[in-house]
Design a protein around this ligand. Structure first.
Ligand SMILES: Nc1ncnc2c1ncn2[C@@H]1O[C@H](COP(=O)(O)OP(=O)(O)OP(=O)(O)O)[C@@H](O)[C@H]1O
Length: 275
């Protein structure tokens, strides 16, 4: 269980994330939705501790993640693997080495410094590539791959970190529709097969409704919707996205009522299904 308790992040006078409270059971697939600037990235980055919080706590299986330092913090960052919109691979290195980077946190210092991978680490990395039908690309430079292939390598790298949680920050924002489906299917497979919790920031509500079992809607740094995708009605979308609602709702756009006819402001955060 991941517990986010009163989590807040301020940048100077700006409150990017304000008093967020969530309880997320192991194995959930959570979509974090909301317009640009709502605080989605900051929330995910705080969970990984890439971004320090200004107030509040993060607990994972009753352990206070917000207090971790040094080796324990590095281990947490491996257990809560990030997947980024821009993949964050090392382009000049081959695919296998990029995946092996996911093993660094568990390696002895001398091995990590000299990048002398053990036979076991190589086997784990190759097996991760095989799972996604990418073993044939192991020797290719990462920057020679398409965007979709690079994101699949990044997810393989996340998987060899032996994560309990994958934090995917708009993972398909740079991809075409075909690769979007491949990458989302890959995240779903990891979620279902290994029981790894996924928290995924998504711009498209259509995708969020298709893949996620729970949606967390943010506006102005606060959670304003928390519930199952079926409860994400056009009216809720309008509250979250305003005039952009039609654009992000995809095939449901026609059902979105005309602007101005709906009460704005924050919705009450609702009791969410906990798994
Ligand atoms: N390092 C930073 N310094 C100052 N302000 C920041 C920083 N990071 C984020 N912000 C601000 O915090 C707010 C939330 O940003 P965040 O990136 O979390 O939103 P988001 O919902 O992920 O948006 P997007 O979908 O555009 O990525 C924004 O107003 C943003 O400008």
């Amino acid at each position: 269980m991941l517990v986010i308790d009163g989590l807040t992040c301020r940048f100077g006078n700006k409150t990017a994330v304000s008093d967020v409270n969530l309880q997320i059971g192991q194995g959930a697939f959570i979509g974090v939705i909301g317009r640009s600037g709502a605080g989605k990235s900051t929330l995910l980055r705080m969970v990984n501790r890439l971004q320090e919080s200004s107030a509040g706590r993060i607990l994972f299986e009753d352990r206070d993640v917000t207090a971790l330092k040094g080796h324990e913090l590095r281990q947490w960052r491996a257990r809560a693997a990030m997947v980024f919109q821009q993949f964050n691979l090392v382009g000049r290195l081959d695919v296998l080495t990029n995946v092996l980077m996911g093993r660094l946190s568990g390696m002895a210092n001398w091995r990590a410094l000299t990048k002398s991978w053990s036979a076991e680490d190589k086997a784990i990395a190759l097996s991760a590539l095989e799972q996604f039908d990418m073993a044939n690309l192991a020797a290719q430079r990462a920057d020679s791959l398409s965007g979709g292939q690079q994101q699949r390598v990044a997810i393989a790298r996340a998987l060899v970190q032996e994560p309990r949680l994958i934090l995917a920050d708009e993972p398909i924002a740079s991809l075409d529709p075909r690769n979007t489906k491949v990458v989302m299917d890959q995240l779903l497979r990891i979620n279902k097969h290994f029981g790894i919790t996924v928290m995924c920031n998504l711009h498209s509500l259509e995708l969020a409704r298709t893949y996620c079992d729970r949606l967390v809607g943010m506006a102005g740094g606060k959670v304003v919707f928390d519930g199952s995708p079926s409860r994400l009605t056009p009216a809720v979308a309008r509250d979250l996205y305003g005039l952009e609602a039609g654009e992000v709702m995809g095939e449901l756009a026609d059902a979105v009522p005309a602007a101005g006819g709906h009460a704005p402001a924050a919705l009450p955060a609702t009791a969410a299904p906990q798994r």
